[in-house]
Design a protein around this ligand. Structure first.
Ligand SMILES: Cc1cc2nc3c(=O)[nH]c(=O)nc-3n(C[C@H](O)[C@H](O)[C@H](O)COP(=O)(O)OP(=O)(O)OC[C@H]3O[C@@H](n4cnc5c(N)ncnc54)[C@H](O)[C@@H]3O)c2cc1C
Length: 375
């Protein structure tokens, strides 16, 4: 197998798209499949740290494009839920030079679209739900729900927390509901400004929190996302909620937070699920990345970041170590990623990140292109 090896990636989320863009630039014959009928603009925000922006600079300067359209908070502020006391003020872009890249907050739809623009459109196959695959030691045969099949040299699983590929490799097991949900809503930036909003803040009480930030350079949209204990019995990945339900969950919180919630129109709620770390992320010609192998509660805002870091390290391993000895190439990838991804997963699940003053350099200052790849 050569640089021209055909690589099938299942899942066009942040991890799969990053992998496709990076592997395509290395000369691999990449095909990216997703079950969705097409791109859809999820109504939510996302934070991407300097550790990710350094990787996106390898996609034809995507980092610069994103910097032009996203919000660039100087600080992350942790506040006490009732009186707003500042618990921690952590430099983000205020220490950009030290981290080596900017920290952005942005609308997920805008970010995802810009990332997809970095993949040649003929390589993206929508409406392809993988239902089965067979690795015969030489190639991997893919079977899709729409009746189509394909044969690839390598299969990359970027199919998220309910990965069909992980299930076939390691056995079917439901993701674990953490007992927490996230409410999500976007309000007009002017409403947030009128209340004196911080550019990027997290308000903490003992058993819940609300994270609030702008989504764009002009501060036109302001995003609210929470973490809170709740019952969840539905099998749905999200459900409609309401301003009243949101408000009840944050009763007694500071008037600024009450004001944010009063400005909401459409409110959704999402169950937060996780899984225990896997013993391996590859087998034969099949390799996992992102939420398919290390899903986490989102409390470090690093889940998608870890998926993109995985994609970049995997692309480096395939490019630099080649495809003739996949045990070595995938083993090197796993060794390079396991400790960091598990550390982030553990801290994220514990929900302690930046509550108190701490230096986030180990996370944001990291550059996967400095890694020495050793098997
Ligand atoms: C409330 C909340 C807030 C978050 N905030 C942040 C944040 O600020 N920063 C951050 O870095 N992370 C954040 N995260 C985490 C982040 O969203 C996930 O970690 C990230 O989306 C995982 O990316 P992925 O590419 O691995 O999987 P996904 O984004 O889940 O993508 C998987 C893709 O695979 C497709 N797929 C699934 N099964 C199949 C199949 N059988 N065949 C074909 N296609 C299939 C799906 O349609 C989907 O497009 C947050 C998460 C939540 C819940």
């Amino acid at each position: 197998m050569s640089r021209g090896a055909r690589i099938g990636i299942i899942g066009a989320g942040m991890g799969g798209v990053a992998a496709a863009g990076l592997l395509q630039r290395q000369g691999f014959d990449v095909v990216l499949y997703d079950q969705a009928p097409g791109f859809s603009r999820l109504g939510a925000g996302i934070q991407f740290g300097p550790n990710v922006l350094k990787i996106l600079s390898h996609l034809d300067g995507l980092d610069k494009k994103l910097e032009r359209i996203s919000c660039l908070p100087d600080y992350w502020v942790s506040r006490k839920w009732d009186d707003g006391t500042v618990l921690a003020k952590i430099p983000l872009n205020a220490e950009r030079a030290r981290y080596g890249a900017p920290y952005i907050t942005i609308h997920r739809g805008d970010l995802h679209q810009e990332m997809l623009n970095c993949v040649e459109p003929q390589r993206v196959m929508w409406d392809h739900k993988l239902v089965d695959f067979t690795d015969n030691g030489q190639t991997v045969r893919l079977e899709f729900e729409n009746g189509k099949t394909d044969t690839v040299d390598i299969l990359v699983a970027a199919d998220g927390i309910n990965s069909r590929i992980r299930e076939k490799m390691f056995g079917a097991e439901e993701a674990v509901y953490t007992g927490w949900i996230a409410h999500r809503a976007i309000i007009p930036g002017v409403a947030a400004k009128a209340l004196g909003a911080d550019v990027n803040a997290k308000w903490w009480s003992d058993d819940r929190h609300i994270v609030c930030y702008y989504l764009d350079r002009n501060e036109d949209e302001f995003y609210l996302v929470t973490g809170e204990p709740a019952e969840w019995t539905s099998r749905a990945g999200q459900l409609p909620s309401s301003r009243a339900e949101f408000k009840a969950a944050f009763k007694g919180y500071h008037p600024m937070v009450q004001g944010y919630i009063d400005a909401t129109e459409t409110v959704t709620k999402w169950p937060l699920k996780t899984r225990a770390p896997l013993p391996a992320w590859y087998e034969g010609r099949v390799v996992l990345l992102g939420d398919s192998c290390h899903p986490m509660k989102p409390h470090m805002a690093q889940g998608a970041a870890m998926a993109v870091e995985d994609a970049a390290v995997l692309a480096r391993c395939l490019g630099e170590l080649g495809t003739s000895d996949l045990e070595k190439t995938f083993g090197t990838y796993f060794q390079a990623r396991r400790e960091r991804a598990t550390k982030v997963q553990t801290i994220s699940n514990a929900n302690t990140w930046l509550r108190q003053p701490e230096d986030p350099y180990w996370c944001y200052g990291d550059d996967i292109y400095d890694l020495k790849l050793t098997s």
